[in-house]
Design a protein around this ligand. Structure first.
Ligand SMILES: [Zn+2]
Length: 346
């Protein structure tokens, strides 16, 4: 219907307007005095801020985006938001993907999407080893609407999506000040996760950067909430998969957290006998199947999981920022240290 079409276009403009206002408000960096590497990465980690995460997350999980269902209008609006953001940050779009998207044809989704859909990709080229790629991923799709009710998917996975945007911004600000990464970093927003990990499956079958030189996938899916087990001590995150393909990655991750973020790293769901099988339940799994080292960052489930009550007001933004910083520091170390990650058995 025409009226609805006009309404959505107007809403898209409003979202872009808010985005531009947000960018103007946070654009200026500070002068660097410290030359010590440690101080440098800490400085840029501080660019990850709870109020900016909040702006992203409230927009992405708002009713306007109608639950971001794969192939639907609300999801396309999310794509516009993500690509406009990267354009403003002046991140690179991959060759042959100049609009920051990878199109996936409708038929690939086995009847689970009414239209083509897109992964969103933006990257920062490494200064010393540009061919080696660190992937930071999160799915941006969710369940859409049922009977007029919106599944906002604030934790699942507007939280991870917002974290990727803030991490990308921090790396880009650092690069603009002369501290770009030695290895390339790809920020990858995946579609079709909720109905079968389709976006990541398509990506690994049609890689934009060679999988042979893709050295890790740090995948973020649900990182803004606290589960029952950790109500008393909420500065935690579940890590899944970190030691399975590269013990080197596991050690690096532990050490990074010890120095910079001091979260409690909970490996409960990394056990081989995990009854919930979380290792196979988000997008990192498709990278792991290609023997690429992965870490899946996850806050565990809660009573609002896959319900219309997974809303933005229940997100802990300070905690989301702290977890995003852990991922930023981990990516920084992988991207900048002398040695490439070593896989088990190498
Ligand atoms: Zn989900």
């Amino acid at each position: 219907m025409i009226f609805l079409q006009i309404q959505i276009n107007t809403m898209q403009k409003i979202i872009l307007g808010l985005l531009i206002a947000l960018l103007i408000s946070c654009g200026t960096g500070k002068t660097i005095n410290a030359v010590q590497d440690d101080a440098v990465r800490q400085k840029y980690a501080e660019e990850i801020q709870p109020d900016e995460l909040k702006e992203h997350l409230y927009l992405l999980s708002s009713d306007i985006l109608q639950g971001r269902k794969t192939g639907e209008k609300g999801q396309k609006m999310a794509v516009n938001y993500l690509t406009a953001y990267y354009e403003h940050l002046e991140l690179k779009a991959p060759v042959d993907h100049s609009d920051y998207t990878q199109n996936i044809p409708k038929k690939y989704f086995n009847g689970k999407s009414r239209a083509d859909s897109k992964n969103v990709l933006a990257y920062i080229e490494g200064s010393e080893f540009p061919d080696q790629v660190v992937v930071i991923s999160a799915h941006y799709d969710h369940l859409g609407m049922k009977k007029e009710e919106v599944y906002n998917g604030a934790d699942d996975n507007a939280s991870g999506t917002s974290a990727v945007l803030e991490i990308a911004e921090s790396f880009q600000i650092a690069k603009n000040k002369g501290y770009g990464p030695k290895r390339s970093i790809l920020f990858l927003h995946l579609t079709g996760e909720e109905n079968g990990l389709y976006g990541s499956k398509y990506y690994v079958e049609h890689p934009v950067f060679s999988l042979d030189s893709t050295i890790v996938d740090l995948n973020i899916d649900m990182v803004g909430r606290v589960d029952k087990k950790h109500e008393e001590n909420k500065e935690y995150i579940y890590l899944i998969g970190s030691n399975r393909i590269s013990s080197d990655l596991h050690r690096l991750s532990e050490e990074t957290n010890r120095i910079y973020t001091q979260l409690k790293l909970d490996y409960t769901y990394n056990e081989g006998n995990d009854p919930y099988q979380y290792f196979s339940r988000s997008d990192h799994y498709n990278f792991a199947k290609k023997n690429i080292p992965v870490i899946f960052y996850f806050n565990g489930t809660h009573e609002d999981y896959h319900r219309t009550t997974d809303t933005a007001d229940k997100i802990d933004f300070d905690l989301l920022a702290l977890r995003a910083k852990l991922i930023f520091y981990t990516a920084w170390e992988i991207a900048n240290r002398e040695h490439k990650l070593i896989k088990n058995g190498e």
